[in-house]
Write a protein that binds this ligand. Structure first.
Ligand SMILES: [Zn+2]
Length: 83
């Protein structure tokens, strides 16, 4: 999928969870690397934004997660507190 199509497909301003670095960012903040959209965190090397999970869906599986995630906090699903 092209970056333009990805951007169209994703609503901006939605919290998503990066499964590679366990952190959250908002859609629209992804980095463009080699014609793909990547996790917003520059030190995240494996975070293809395609694998990001909407926070709302994360919370459906892990209700103990906070309603609104914080930036730069690593959330390990299944744990009560961010690590
Ligand atoms: Zn990441």
């Amino acid at each position: 999928m092209s970056i333009e199509n990805l951007r169209k497909y994703q609503q901006p301003g939605v919290w998503v969870y990066c499964q590679a670095c366990d952190r959250c960012y908002m859609t629209g903040e992804e980095r463009e690397v080699d014609d793909a959209l990547w996790c917003a965190y520059e030190d995240c090397e494996l975070g293809d934004s395609y694998d990001a999970v909407e926070w709302i869906i994360m919370r459906r599986h892990y209700p103990e997660l906070p309603e609104k995630p914080e930036r730069d906090v690593q959330y390990k699903p299944g744990y009560e507190e961010a690590l």
